[in-house]
Design a protein around this ligand. Structure first.
Ligand SMILES: Nc1ncnc2c1ncn2[C@@H]1O[C@H](COP(=O)(O)OP(=O)(O)OP(=O)(O)O)[C@@H](O)[C@H]1O
Ligand SMILES: [Mg+2]
Length: 377
C-alpha cells in the first residue's frame, strides 16, 4: 500500500486538504479573465492550489499554461520558455511549426523538436535589451491571440512570480501589465512565495497596482488537517491514537509541508516496523530519526549564522517567538540591544529561517526548531 502523505512536490488531489473556498474563487476568477495575485510564505501550498485550479479550469474547457518564473536564469530564457509553454499547450505537434511562423515569424524563432524531449523555441537573433523588449511585447501578447484563434479561454499561471524582479525589473512589469490589462479572455494567476517582495510589487507606485484581486493564502485549519491525518492512517490499515493527527499538526507548526512530511515519515516507520497501532511515542521516535538525519545540514546552517543570529534564533525557539525585544528576554538569552536583535531577526527572516506570524516569530522548519532546542546551547 502506498504512503498517503505527500510532501516536497505539488500534491495530487487525493492528498489535498481544505481550501475549497480558495479553489472555487481562484478557478472562477481565472475563468472570468481576472488577474489574480496569490501570496503566502514558502510551503503553504500555493503551487498545489494553482494546480488544482488549473485542472478545474481545464475541466471547464479552458486551456491551461503553467510556468515557474524562477526556473529561468535569464529574461530571454524565461520568454523562450513561456512562448514554448503557450504554444505547446494548444497547438498539436504537427501544426506547431505553422503556428510559430504565423504568430512569431518576424522574430525569427528557431524550433527544435528532438525525439523524446519537449520541443524548444529559441530566438537567436535577440541580442540587445531592445531586442528583448520587442520579443517580450510579442510573447506577452500571445495568450490573447491564442485564445482568440482557438476560441477558448486561456488560464495562465506564472509561479514564483517575484523572480521577475531579477530580470530587468520595472520594464518587465510595465510590459506585462500593459499586455495583460486588455486580455479579457485570459485569466492569470501570479503566485509568489516572498510576501514582502510580492506586496512591494503591488504598491501604488508600481505597474501591478490594482491589477486584480489579491489572495493571501493562510494555513489550513489545524483541526481539519488533524482529522485528515488520522483518517488517512486509518484508511491505510493503521489504528492511530486519537491525538496523533493533532500532535503531528502541532509539532509541524501547522505548516502544510511539515505536516505532510511528519505524517509521511511516521507512516513509513510504522509500516517498516509492521505496526498497527501508532501513537505519540512513535511520532517522537520518528522525530529523533529525522533530527539525526538532518544533523549535518542543520549543523552547517548553524555554522553559517553569526553569533548574534544564533542567539536570536535560540530566543525565537525558546520564547516561542514572543516579546523578543523586551529587556527580560534579552537578558535571559544574552542578546544585545533591541536594534541589533532586530537586525539579526531581519537576517533570519530574509534567509527563510524564521517568519513573522501575527505578533510573533516562528521557525519555518519545525525540524530545525526542534534541532535548535535540543542540540544548541
Ligand atoms: N491543500 C493541501 N493539503 C494538504 N497538504 C498540502 C496542501 N497544500 C500543500 N500541502 C503540502 O505542502 C507541500 C508544499 O506545497 P506547495 O509546493 O504547493 O507549496 P508552495 O506554497 O507552492 O511552496 P513553495 O513556496 O516552496 O513553492 C506539499 O508538497 C504538501 O505536502
Ligand atoms: Mg510553489
Amino acid at each position: 500500500m502506498e504512503n498517503p502523505f505527500v510532501y516536497g512536490e505539488v500534491i495530487p488531489a487525493s492528498a489535498f486538504v481544505d481550501r475549497e473556498d480558495e479553489l472555487d474563487r481562484l478557478t472562477n476568477d481565472l475563468l472570468a479573465g481576472q488577474k489574480v495575485f496569490l501570496i503566502s510564505p514558502r510551503r503553504y501550498g500555493k503551487s498545489s492550489l494553482v494546480r488544482q485550479a488549473l485542472s478545474a479550469a481545464v475541466r471547464r474547457r479552458a486551456v491551461a499554461v503553467d510556468v515557474t518564473v524562477s526556473s529561468y536564469s535569464s529574461y530571454v530564457g524565461f520568454l523562450e520558455g513561456y512562448a514554448r509553454a503557450l504554444l505547446v499547450a494548444e497547438a498539436r505537434p504537427d501544426s506547431l511549426r505553422g503556428w510559430i511562423r504565423d504568430l512569431l515569424g518576424p522574430l525569427r524563432p528557431e524550433l527544435r523538436i528532438d525525439p523524446g524531449s519537449r520541443p524548444s523555441i529559441s530566438f537567436p537573433t535577440v541580442r540587445t535589451a531592445r531586442d528583448a523588449a520587442r520579443l517580450a511585447e510579442a510573447i506577452f501578447a500571445l495568450p490573447a491571440r491564442i485564445a482568440e484563434l482557438r476560441r477558448k479561454r486561456l488560464v495562465v499561471a506564472l509561479d514564483e512570480f517575484q523572480a521577475i524582479n531579477g530580470f530587468d525589473g520595472h520594464d518587465v512589469e510595465h510590459a506585462l501589465r500593459a499586455a495583460i490589462q486588455h486580455q479579457r479572455q485570459v485569466g492569470y494567476v501570479f503566485s509568489g512565495s516572498e510576501p514582502s517582495l510580492m506586496e512591494r510589487m503591488l504598491a501604488r507606485s508600481r505597474p501591478f497596482y490594482k491589477a486584480g484581486p489579491v489572495m493571501r493564502l493562510q494555513k489550513i485549519p489545524a483541526d481539519r488537517f488533524a482529522s485528515f491525518v488520522n483518517e488517512r492512517f486509518t484508511r491505510t490499515g493503521f489504528k492511530p491514537d486519537a491525538g496523533l493527527g493533532a500532535a503531528i499538526v502541532e509539532l509541524a507548526g501547522n505548516l502544510p509541508y511539515d505536516v505532510q512530511r511528519l505524517a509521511h515519515e511516521v507512516w513509513d516507520d510504522g509500516r517498516a516496523a509492521g505496526r498497527r497501532m501508532v501513537g505519540v511515542e512513535d511520532l517522537h521516535a520518528t522525530l529523533r530519526r529525522l533530527l539525526n538525519e538532518h544533523d549535518a545540514i542543520f549543523e552547517a546552517a548553524w555554522q553559517r549564522l553569526t553569533l548574534p543570529q544564533r542567539a536570536a534564533l535560540r530566543a525565537v525557539v525558546l520564547e516561542d517567538g514572543r516579546e523578543l525585544l523586551s529587556g527580560d528576554v534579552r537578558a535571559r538569552h544574552r542578546l544585545s540591544g533591541p536594534s541589533s536583535v532586530q537586525t539579526s531577526l531581519a537576517a533570519l527572516v530574509r534567509d527563510d529561517f524564521v517568519a513573522r506570524e501575527h505578533a510573533r516569530y516562528v521557525v519555518v522548519d519545525s525540524l530545525l526548531r526542534e534541532w535548535v532546542a535540543r542540540r544548541t546551547y
